[in-house]
Structure formats: structure tokens, C-alpha cells
Design a binder for this molecule. Structure first.
Ligand code: AMP
Length: 586
């Protein structure tokens, strides 16, 4: 099925083409057409299956075709989501797909100052993406007008119920027009979801993507490993994993053409020999790519599922899922490319902390276990490189034929130096020539698979700061990368015991805080951002300059939040230690 078959407006098809989406995911193929037709839909789908686009595209389609709706100040669509992280993600997706016709989308969630949301609502909005608690606050204030709502989406409904939002959801749905369209997505379908659906959906189309049946013994012999990586660290993590795995030939699957092109460029820039393959290439270009891969001029083929269909590369040792595929079937197809003819193949999957459910689905479908491993550390990489150098030398020692002309060098140097020193220096030269210098390598943060911290209903703010799920670390790292550019990697700049920031004027509206831990305890800017975002309502991009010295750190936070940050961080640990924190003294 093509996107063109989904019944969407041409503007949306162009937006999808520009994003490099090649074909709808199963959940999109099944649920987008009925939503476009105005039917209520009850769909079972987890994060990472492409369900956001499945409902966002029909919403945008409706707006695109309705000038009056787009001129109205009041919203036409309301999307309810469990967490503020998801509110931001969904709202970014709606913005991305609907850019061509200036769709106005506002995320509304607890923790953000309400006046900012009021201003946005006041200016006029087409789509509101809200957490239930904050939506109720606005409804009670009369600042979220619902009389023009034509479509309500409940996204991750099971999570919203788990988080105690049941009453809020009922109240919100009751406050919207009865002739609205309602779409409910949930990763699981416990009886409570059935109840909610019976009360609020009318004659819904039920969508459940059937799991493919894999016959026992049919699954290929493949070592399957997943690495949990925050999105922003994926290119570096992939490079590290490839270095450690040293595949003979690998295919790396991405979801979109754009991602294929970007990743190919990044990997080539880092010294790998990568070729891109996607549906945007002509037959001639495709043939050229394939002949380079077959003649082993390229070690890595970066491809979309569509482009790689039907490819057969017999020396392939590794399949890498740069993104978890949206459906387990795709996973099965992808890894079926290695492990043929009794050889062991390797399947590697990069997974983001939130995507734990996709992995469970895959394990269930393939009836096999995917081992979750930490991304190799810099030390692991160094150890692996030394191992490879040792293996190369061992080979050279076995094949002694052509060592004689080098022995004269050893004899000559042997009059000045110890033999062991000469050998070590030669090993170093060989090692650097083969493996390169690893001084540039930076640690990739270790995160765990799991759900992100859940936002409590807004009316209980005290609950909000006390818990931190492992998924948060991923988000914090991402936020850090989006932080204000100038101070992205300041930890490399300061001298021992002295911070560059001491001499700088604090930016207006910011307060500089002193944190009593630094590089000596392994602290990095991402850890500080993670701790602050995890314990307060700030997000990464609100945090200002950071400087990490050997023994202490300085971080600039919005002045209005300074006391809160101090209070929140005093009660917690950073990198496993209790740490002093106060305003900077001069
Ligand atoms: P979601 O399950 O909605 O969180 O989507 C997961 C990821 O898949 C997002 O990064 C989307 O941009 C991407 N995505 C969604 N639909 C497609 C598609 N048809 N082709 C390629 N990528 C997609």
C-alpha cells in the first residue's frame, strides 16, 4: 500500500515525501483510511509503530480541506496523551506534517507556566495536544473552548488510565460535542479500555495488527542484541558498535530516505565505507550501489525496508536496525537476511528507552530472546582494538616469510634499545595504523529500557518531583543536545580549578549556581542537565551555560527557577553522590 491510497490531501503526501517516508506502516495502512472517512477507531498500537502519523494525518487532512476551521480561533482537534514528553512529541509531529498549511498546534501539559499556554490558546489554535490534568484545568478556567472540537484522540489510553486519569478523561469527553469523532489508541486492551470505548466510541472500527506466525525452527540462527541509546547519541553508538563488532558486511535499516542519506553521510564522514539505498534512487544508481556492495568496496549498506526488498547479499554478516521496525514482521524479514545456510548471523537493534514494548512484541513474535546490552564503553572499544591488533600480529608471526627485511631494523635499533621496547613501539605503530587513534572517543551515556517518568495529574504537584524513571535519562540527554549552542561541550574548556564562566557576566534572567562536584567524579554536562530536568520542571533548552571543572561545576538556570533547582537538587544525588549546591558567590 502507498500513502496515495490512504485518501490524504496532496499537501500531506508532499510533506511525507519530503520527510522521506516510503510507505505506510501497518497501523497507518489500517487505521488512517477509516479515520479520514470520519469513523471512530479503536486501535491497538504501541509507541514506535507509527501511530502518531496514523491519527495526525487524518486530523490535518480534515483541516486542510476546511478553510473555515482553519480561520477559527477555537481548536478543531484535541489529542490527549499521558505525559508531557509525549505531548511535546505529538505536537512536534503535527507541526512537521502540517507545516505546509500553517497548522497551529499547542501542547498543553503540567509544569509549564499556564500563562504561556493561555497566550497560545488566545492567539488561536487548530490542534491541542494535552495531558488530561492540565486539559481539565483549562476547561475549568474556561480557556480551552471545546464547542468546535470535531475529533478527539486518546493516545496511549491504557497509560492514561494507569496514571489515574480515568475521571478526567470521562469529564473531558463529556464536555466535547456528542457528534465528534473519537479515536482511541492503546498498547494493551484491558477491560477498562473496553468500558471507556463502549461509553464514548460509536460503532468503532477495531484495528489490531495481527502478529505473523513464525513456525518453530523457521526463525534464522541469529544472535540478537539490542542496545538502549538516547536518540541524540545514535550515530556515535552505531559507530562504536560497528567498531567492536567489526562486521564483514552489514546492512543498516532506517525508517526514512532522509535518515538513510543523513546516516550514510555521517558514517562516511567518520571513515566507514557506506552506501545509501532507498526508493529515491534511479535503477542505474541502485545498480551502482549494489555492485559496490557486492565487490566489497563498501562495507555498509544503509537502506530503507522498501529499497532492500528482494536484495540478496551473500557475504552479509550483520543486520542493524538503526530504528526498531514499526512492525515485528519487518524485524523478521530484516534479520532473515543473515544466518542463512547454517552460518551464524548477528542482528543488532538500537532502541530508545521508551520503545520497550516494541522489543517485547518482537520477542513474542520471533519466540526468541533479544539480549539487551549496554553500548560498548570507550574502554571496551580500546580493549577490542588491542585484541584485533594482537590477532593481526599473531597472523604476521605465523606467516614469517617476509619478516627478514624488517629484522635488520630490529638489529639496528637493538644496539640502542631493549628488544621489548622496540617491539612495543612497533605494536603501537601497527595499532595506530590499523585502528586509528581513540583519544577522540567520548562516553555514550548508559540508559535503561523503560517507561519515562509519568506526569502525575496536575493537581498534585508534590508528587511530581519525587520520582525519576530510567527513561528520563534519555530525555535529559536529548534536551541537553538541544540546549543553547554556545555551551554545548564546555567541560573540555575549563582549566583545573578555574572555570571560564567565573569571568563571564551571567546572562540576563539567569542565575549561576555552584555545584560541588566535577570532572573528578565523572560528571558531565549531560548528567547535570539530566538531574535538573529530572527533579524540576525545567527542560534542557531552558538551562543556560554549564561549565564543569575538575572539582566543581557552574550551571546557569532561569532566575525564577533557581530556588526550586537548589531545593530539588539538595535532596538528591548526582552520579550517585550527595552534592552541595548553592548560588555562586563572587
Ligand atoms: P510513533 O510510533 O508514532 O512514535 O512513530 C515512530 C517513528 O516512526 C517516528 O520517528 C516517525 O517519524 C516514524 N514514522 C512514522 N511513520 C513512518 C513511515 N510510514 N515511514 C517511516 N517512518 C515513519
Amino acid at each position: 500500500m502507498n500513502f496515495a491510497d490512504l485518501g490524504l490531501h496532496d499537501d500531506l503526501l508532499s510533506a511525507l515525501a519530503a520527510l522521506g517516508y516510503e510507505e505506510p506502516t501497518p497501523i497507518q495502512a489500517e487505521s488512517t483510511p477509516p479515520i479520514v472517512d470520519g469513523r471512530d477507531v479503536l486501535g491497538q498500537a504501541a509507541t514506535g509503530t507509527g501511530k502518531t502519523a496514523a491519527f495526525a494525518l487524518p486530523i490535518l487532512d480534515r483541516l486542510r480541506r476546511d478553510d473555515a476551521a482553519r480561520k477559527r480561533r477555537e481548536p478543531t482537534a484535541l489529542v490527549l496523551v499521558p505525559t508531557r514528553e509525549l505531548a511535546m512529541q505529538v505536537s512536534e509531529a503535527v507541526h512537521r506534517y502540517g507545516k505546509a498549511f500553517d497548522t497551529r498546534v499547542v501542547p498543553i501539559y503540567g509544569g509549564q507556566p499556564i500563562f504561556r499556554q493561555l497566550e497560545a490558546l488566545e492567539r488561536g489554535v487548530d490542534v491541542v495536544v494535552a495531558t488530561p490534568g492540565r486539559a481539565i484545568d483549562h476547561i475549568n478556567r474556561g480557556t480551552l473552548p471545546l464547542n468546535h472540537i470535531e475529533i478527539v484522540v486518546l493516545d496511549e489510553a491504557d497509560e492514561m488510565l494507569d496514571m489515574g486519569f480515568a475521571e478526567d478523561l470521562e469529564a473531558i469527553l463529556d464536555a466535547t460535542p456528542t457528534d465528534r469523532q473519537t479515536v482511541l489508541f492503546s498498547a494493551t486492551m484491558p477491560p477498562r479500555i473496553g468500558g471507556l470505548a463502549r461509553r464514548h466510541l460509536s460503532d468503532p472500527v477495531n484495528i489490531r495488527i495481527e502478529k505473523p506466525k513464525v513456525e518453530p525452527g523457521e526463525a534464522p540462527k541469529v544472535r540478537q542484541t539490542a542496545y538502549v541509546v538516547p536518540r541524540s547519541h545514535k550515530p556515535a553508538a552505531l559507530g562504536r558498535i560497528l567498531d567492536v563488532e567489526a562486521p564483514e558486511a552489514a546492512i543498516v535499516f532506517c525508517r526514512t530516505r532522509v535518515e538513510v542519506d543523513e546516516l550514510t553521510e555521517t558514517l562516511n564522514g567518520r571513515g566507514y565505507r557506506a552506501e545509501a539505498l532507498h526508493g529515491g534512487l534511479s535503477q542505474e544508481q541502485r545498480d551502482r550501489v549494489m555492485s559496490r556492495v557486492r565487490s566489497t568496496t563498501a562495507d555498509l549498506l544503509i537502506a530503507t525496508d522498501v529499497a532492500a526488498r528482494g536484495l540478496d547479499i551473500d557475504h552479509l554478516t550483520h543486520v542493524v536496525n538503526y530504528d526498531v521496525p514499526a512492525a515485528p514482521e519487518a524485524y523478521v524479514h530484516r534479520i532473515g537476511r543473515v544466518g542463512r545456510a547454517g552460518r551464524e548471523g548477528v542482528a543488532i537493534t538500537l532502541i530508545e528507552p521508551r520503545q520497550h514494548r516494541l522489543l517485547t512484541n518482537i520477542e513474542r513474535t520471533t519466540k526468541s530472546k533479544v539480549l539487551v546490552e549496554p553500548v560498548p564503553s570507550v574502554d571496551d572499544l580500546r580493549a577490542r582494538r588491542i585484541e584485533m591488533t594482537t590477532a593481526n600480529l599473531r597472523e604476521a608471526l605465523v606467516d614469517r616469510d617476509d619478516l627478514d627485511r624488517f629484522r635488520t631494523v630490529v638489529d639496528e635499533l637493538g644496539t640502542e634499545f631493549h628488544l621489548a621496547d622496540i617491539a612495543a613501539a612497533a605494536v603501537r605503530l601497527a595499532h595506530l595504523a590499523a585502528a586509528g587513534d581513540d583519544d577522540e572517543q567520548v562516553e555514550i551515556p548508559r540508559v535503561e529500557l523503560g517507561k519515562p517518568r509519568k506526569e502525575r495529574p496536575d493537581r498534585k504537584p508534590a508528587d511530581r518531583t519525587s520520582t525519576r524513571g530510567p527513561g528520563d535519562k534519555g530525555r535529559a540527554d536529548r534536551s541537553h543536545d538541544r540546549g543553547r549552542g554556545e555551551h554545548q561541550r564546555p567541560e573540555h574548556r575549563s582549566e583545573r580549578g578555574r572555570s571560564r564562566l567565573h569571568d563571564k557576566i551571567v546572562e540576563e534572567g539567569f542565575t549561576r549556581l555552584f555545584v560541588g562536584t566535577g570532572r573528578r567524579n565523572g560528571l558531565r554536562a549531560g548528567d547535570l542537565v539530566g538531574a535538573i530536568c529530572g527533579e524540576t520542571d525545567l527542560v534542557g533548552k531552558q538551562i543556560g551555560a554549564i561549565d564543569i571543572t575538575e572539582n566543581f561545576s557552574l550551571v546557569e538556570v532561569p532566575s525564577a527557577a533557581a530556588d526550586n533547582v537548589i531545593r530539588a537538587l539538595r535532596g538528591t544525588t548526582i552520579k550517585g553522590r550527595k552534592t552541595s549546591i548553592r548560588r555562586e558567590r563572587f
